[in-house]
Design a protein around this ligand. Sequence first.
Ligand code: MG
Length: 380
Amino acid sequence: MGITRVAIAGSTGSIGTQTLDYIAQSDGQFEVVGLGVGTSAQAVIAQAKQWKPKVVAVADEAARKEVAQALPGVEVVSDQAVLAELADVVVNGVVGFAGLSVTMSTLRLGKRLALANKESLIAAGPVVQPLRNIAGADIVPVDSEHCAIHQCLRSSIDSGREVNRLLLTASGGPFRGRSRESLANVTVEEALKHPTWSMGPKITVDSSTLMNKGLEVIEAHELFGTDFDDIDVVVHPQSVVHSMVEFTDGAVIAQLSMPDMRLPIAYALSYPNRASVPFGSIDWSTLARLDFEVPDTQTFTCLNLAYQAGRTGGTAPAWLSAANEVAVEAFLNGQIMWSRIPEVIDATLQQHDGLVPTIVEDILHADALARRFALQVLSA
Ligand code: MG
C-alpha cells in the first residue's frame, strides 16, 4: 500500500491538531499535503514548517500575507476548498457552517472526506447527498458516534434491510441530572467543562445543551439514510460505548473504546484498514460500570428542536444549525444566558419559510436568513 496523501482543513483546531498527532505516530503511512485555517497565522506557520505541505490555505487576508511571507516556496491560497485537489483524503475539521465548501469540493473531486464538520452535512444534506454518487467520493465520519455506527454496520451484509434502529449515545454533558431551574444562571466556564471529552468551545457548549446530540441525530439520518423514528438517543455518562446498532432480530452491536478523538480520526484516515496505533485501549480491570438512561428532554429542549427540524427537512436543519451558531456565540460572548440558547433557536425556527433547497445558493441563502432572524431575536 502506498502513502496516503492527507489535507487538513481547520488544521490548528482540536481535530486538526489531533490528526497531526496521529500522523506523527503512524510511521510515514501518511503525507501531509495541505493545511487550511481561517485566521491562525502563527499556528499554521509552525505546522507548515514541521510538516512541509505543498499548499497552505488561509481565509483571512491579513493572516494570508503573513503566512506567505513566512513560508517562501509554499503555495499560499485563500480557499480551503482547493486542498482536495492534492489529497487522497481531506479531514474537514472546520468549525460550523464555514466547512461547507470543503465538504462539497472534496466529494466533487471524488475524494474521501473524513468528516468532523457535521454542520455542513446537516445544513446542506439535500445538496451534498447527490455528490456521494461521484466515483471515489466517500464520507467516513470522524464524529465518534457516527464512526461507531459506521463500524457496527460493517458487520451487516445488507444494512438497508437488516437495521432496526440506531442508538446514539450521549454523555449528557456537564449539566446532566440538573433541573431547569438550577441551570438558569450557569456560566460559560461551567458550560465549557465537559466531563469526558476535550473539544473546541462551540461543540462543548452544544454538548451542554444536548444540541450536539440533536445535530448528530440529523447527521446520522443524512449519513446512513435512517428515518428519524428509528434513531434514538441514550445517555451514557462514561462515554465508552460510542453508539450502537440494533438489527431486525434484536441483536445490538456496539463499539467501545476510551473517549479519544484520535481513534475516529485514525479510523477515517486508515479506512478500510484499521490503524495500528491503539488509541484509547480499554483497561477492563478498572472499567467498573457502564450506565444508560433516557435523555431529559424537558430540561434539554434543544434535542426536540433538532428532531423537529430534521423531520421538517428542506432548509429547516440549515436554519436550526445557523440559529444555534448565533445563539452559542452570543452565550460565549456573555450576551445571553445559557437558558436563552434554545429560546433563540425556537423563535428563529418559527420564521422558517419552508424552502426546499436544490442548489448550494439555496443553502447559503437559508443560512444567511436564519442568522438574520436569530440576531433579531437576540436584540428584541
Ligand atoms: Mg459526537
